[in-house]
Design a binder for this molecule. Structure first.
Ligand SMILES: Nc1ncnc2c1ncn2[C@@H]1O[C@H](COP(=O)(O)OP(=O)(O)OP(=O)(O)O)[C@@H](O)[C@H]1O
Length: 239
């Protein structure tokens, strides 16, 4: 993929304000955003997805401009062809697994699943090995299963990009190792580029081809590991 991101956004709340002014670009398939809590990683992800509108900037994916204040482009979120897996998965609690994944197909309210839609969702659930959960509700399934449902929902429309916000943060260590491997496999099988937000250095080791290091409100460094620029990941992680 080729992704270019440059976003400025001022967030105001009663007692404080935050200013994001971040830019990076990558030609690699896996970009990891890493940095301290509250540094603006999620805001960047939400801007790419079109869930937050930057005050200024430009976002382009594979040459397609999604947002550009200069030319007035702001492609609506549902037309960006971007899948998003939220930090807490954001599954609809009163909808079954089948309906949650089906929402990814429709991506808008109100929606109804046709017989063909249902067949497509069931095939997808089988590919993700969660077809036995089709009629279960999010409250009745495990954290790892919830993540698979969220991932299936994000991928069912075959997006151009997958965004993942701290995908393993809510899981215990053993499950984290297993699901990290699974995600790497699924990502390769779908051949889908990804931008991931994480606090976990192990995610960087496994996924980062481009590493974007944030400090409060800005990008401190953007490192490209696939290019032979001599960057040593272990040195970066130790610093
Ligand atoms: N809707 C909002 N209103 C006001 N401030 C906000 C809003 N959303 C985010 N912020 C502020 O913007 C800053 C950046 O938030 P963001 O969620 O992007 O950080 P982050 O780097 O993803 O943090 P974490 O790693 O803890 O998830 C924070 O100070 C946060 O409080």
């Amino acid at each position: 993929m080729v992704i270019e991101v440059s976003v400025e956004k001022r967030m105001e709340s009663k007692a404080r304000h935050f200013r994001l002014d971040a830019a990076f670009s990558s030609r690699e398939q896996c970009v990891v955003l890493f940095g301290p809590s509250g540094s603006g990683k999620t805001l960047t992800l939400q801007s790419i997805a079109g869930l937050v509108t930057p005050d200024a900037g430009r976002i382009a994916l594979n040459g397609r401009v999604l947002f550009d204040t200069q030319s007035g482009v702001n492609v609506p979120s549902r037309h960006r062809k971007i899948g998003y897996v939220f930090q807490d998965y954001a599954l609809f609690p009163h909808r079954t697994v089948l309906e949650n994944v089906g929402f990814g197909l429709k991506n808008d309210w109100p929606w109804r699943l046709s017989r063909d839609d249902r067949r497509q969702v069931m095939e997808f659930l089988e590919a993700f090995e969660i077809s036995q959960l089709a009629q279960s509700y999010p409250l009745d399934i495990s954290g790892g299963q919830k993540q698979r449902v969220a991932l299936a929902r994000a991928l069912i429309r075959k997006p151009d990009l997958l965004l993942m916000d701290e995908p393993f943060a809510a899981l215990d260590t053993l499950l984290r190792v297993k699901l990290r491997e699974e995600l790497a496999k699924i990502r390769r099988a779908f051949d889908i580029p990804m931008v991931m937000v994480t606090h976990d250095p192990e995610d960087i080791r496994v996924f980062a081809e481009t590493l974007v290091i944030y400090e409060i409100g800005r990008v401190r460094e953007c490192l490209h590991f696939l290019k032979s620029d001599g960057t040593d990941l272990e040195e970066v992680l130790a610093s």
